[in-house]
Design a binder for this molecule. Sequence first.
Ligand SMILES: *Cc1c(COP(=O)(O)O)cnc(C)c1O
Length: 382
Amino acid sequence: MINELADPIPLYRPYLGQEVKDAAALALDDGWLGLGPLTERFELELERYLELRSQRRVVTTNSCTAAIHLATVIAGAGPGDEVICPAFTYVAGHQAVSATGATIVFCDIEEKTLGADPMSVQALITERTKAIMAVHYAGMPCDLDGIRAVADERGLRVIEDAAHAFGSRHQGARIGSTGDLTCFSFGPVKTITSLEGGAIVTPDPDDVQRLHELRLIGVTADTSARYERNRMWDYDVVRQGYRYHLGAVPAAIGLSQLAMVDTFATNRQRYCRTYDGLLVGTPGIQLMPTDWHDVVPYIYVIRLEDAANRPGFMQHLKQRGVASGIHFMGAHHYSFYEGNRRDDLSITEAVSAEVVTLPLHPFMSDSTIERVAGAVRSFFER
Ligand SMILES: *Cc1c(COP(=O)(O)O)cnc(C)c1O
């Protein structure tokens, strides 16, 4: 017991090994810290990893929140418009949407994927709807076909918040390699990190041009000149823009992480299966509805059959040196979104009261996973 407390298991532990530090040091030594060749290289390597074809491109940003904000701008949503979002996601996504002045409308999720329920989305569509946000919870693809069908019927754009799903596949295709606007996060605890960072994927060359302007304070950037480090002074400013570009040091760190992503992904899948094997059949808990085959898991989540157990359960884990978390509480409860229109959110309410996130790292020992699983079981098998 005392040993366990001396060696607590954190919820996240980003891999920050020597190659990551070397990459950052090299970029710092170089002295060009802004948008430049490293940003371009990171984007090209991301395009390769995501298996993008034809005109589909990656535009990096300095966070996923920035990426979702720009995706919402690209979708044409602003004051007076509505964007339908699941309440069951990280509020960074809601904030990014409402930053445009558009109003969030909350849809429910479905049990099968814990992503937006297409029926609930459909029920909320009005003349004011501009876009639908789809979230791939924990890395599990949501019902993209159902959501796209609802969107296509009304000519709406689909913004995918794929912050959890870097590397996951939907019907064999990487998330981001199909569809409309897909946003990724390379934040501190995500599957790969650039410390802070994000990206948008779009199939539309016009979107790419606009995104290059939007992320760089509205400047008509000759992006290829920027990537070659040519500072330009004779630019025009054509729209409201933001300071959202990804600099050289985060890009270098992102590249060093991307070089290891296959190991991270395989490990995370293996750890989730190990957890499943150790926890299956434990009375009082439910496991996620996936075999992890096409899922690159960002978090490992269990559901408690009795939500009233959650505070005691999390305290029990804490006393055994095991950190846990809650993803997510349901943004419709936050004061800022209190008055927002919503569908019946029964599944969101149930799920958000039952979920507990357990530690998942890019590198974990079997004994760490066994300790976490043992702490979980000891609560329910008392
Ligand atoms: C982490 C996260 C974000 C925000 O990403 P940042 O890169 O930190 O801005 C958005 N949505 C979801 C679901 C996330 O988990």
